[in-house]
Design a protein around this ligand. Structure first.
Ligand SMILES: [Zn+2]
Length: 295
């Protein structure tokens, strides 16, 4: 084989591997082409969800707790947006303390059903307040992420599922019921579960990153490190990811931490820092874009 022929063969081989990407494109550009950069949202794409949840609480006696009109209104608000955006939504019903509870589950069509990336946030508040940072903020970050997935028409490798949990404040009741109702085979199909519980804490000191699933921990740590934002490593505890972790499912996620208004009447939309909320949302978007590909 002549030197020139050998080069031609090598080029042909490269083309076959890359599926026809033009020769001479630098490796970094090829990588970008295969995995489009995640979108970046502004506060205007996140905060309106928090104002909506505040209005729902204001119109329902000041809270969005399990078994109340405020909770059902919150579910209706999130579900309507997901339905419009092309998600397949289902309500998973459970009973707690004599009242019907609901988890809202949303599947993005496509992806390998044998390998699920699952992201969740609790949608209920305590009875003492509207729960806009805890956890309207996480619920809004997740909803904004889902709407970006829809807008991008994201083609996923793993199957992508979101959930908004009920009755977390009563002891992670909704997510526990959901995981309990899964078959062993269905649990096995969940590669990783990512949780967001409080995303817009005022005077945030650090993003508390769950370290369990290594790929999820890396996705969040790298996101915050690249922006010189402080993080603190935490274990599995404190919110709905425990329900998944206890079932042997690898988990990840983060929280922005409690503040003086957590579980209080003052946990209103004014208690959420739009900048922190927006950064947190973009961290979720970035992680979903990264984890949805199976490497
Ligand atoms: Zn919470």
């Amino acid at each position: 084989m002549s030197r020139r022929l050998r080069r031609a063969t090598a080029v042909l081989g490269l083309c076959a591997v890359l599926g026809g990407v033009p020769v001479g494109v630098p490796a970094a550009a090829v990588q970008l082409r295969a995995e489009p950069a995640p979108p970046v949202v502004t506060a205007d794409q996140v905060m309106p969800h928090l104002y909506a949840l505040q209005r729902i609480a204001d119109g329902a006696g000041g809270n969005r707790a399990h078994g109340t009109r405020g909770y059902r209104g919150s579910v209706a608000y999130v579900k309507a947006q997901l339905d419009r955006a092309g998600f397949r939504t289902t309500l998973h019903r459970f009973t707690h303390a004599g009242a019907a509870g609901y988890n809202l589950v949303a599947d993005w069509p496509g992806g390998d059903p044998g390998h699920v990336l699952f992201a969740g946030a609790h949608l209920d508040s305590v009875e003492d307040g509207p729960g806009i940072n805890d956890n309207g903020s996480g619920a809004a970050a997740l909803l904004a992420t889902a709407l970006e997935v829809s807008k991008a028409g994201l083609a996923t490798d793993r199957h992508l599922r979101f959930a908004w949990w009920g009755a977390e404040e009563q002891g992670m009741v909704g997510s526990t019921a959901y995981v309990r109702d899964l078959s062993a085979a269905e649990r096995d199909r969940i590669d990783v579960y990512v949780n967001v519980d409080m995303a817009g804490t005022r005077d945030i000191r650090q993003w508390l990153v769950v370290h369990d699933d290594p790929s999820a921990a890396r996705a969040f740590e790298e996101y915050f490190a690249a922006r010189n934002l402080p993080t603190f490593e935490i274990g599995v505890g404190g919110s709905d990811h425990v329900s998944f972790g206890d079932a042997g499912i690898p988990v990840g996620g983060f929280a922005t931490g409690i503040d003086d208004c957590t579980h209080e009447v003052c946990d209103r939309v004014e208690n959420v820092d739009p900048r922190t909320e927006t950064i947190s949302t973009n961290a979720v978007i970035s992680a979903v874009w990264q984890l949805i590909a199976r490497h």
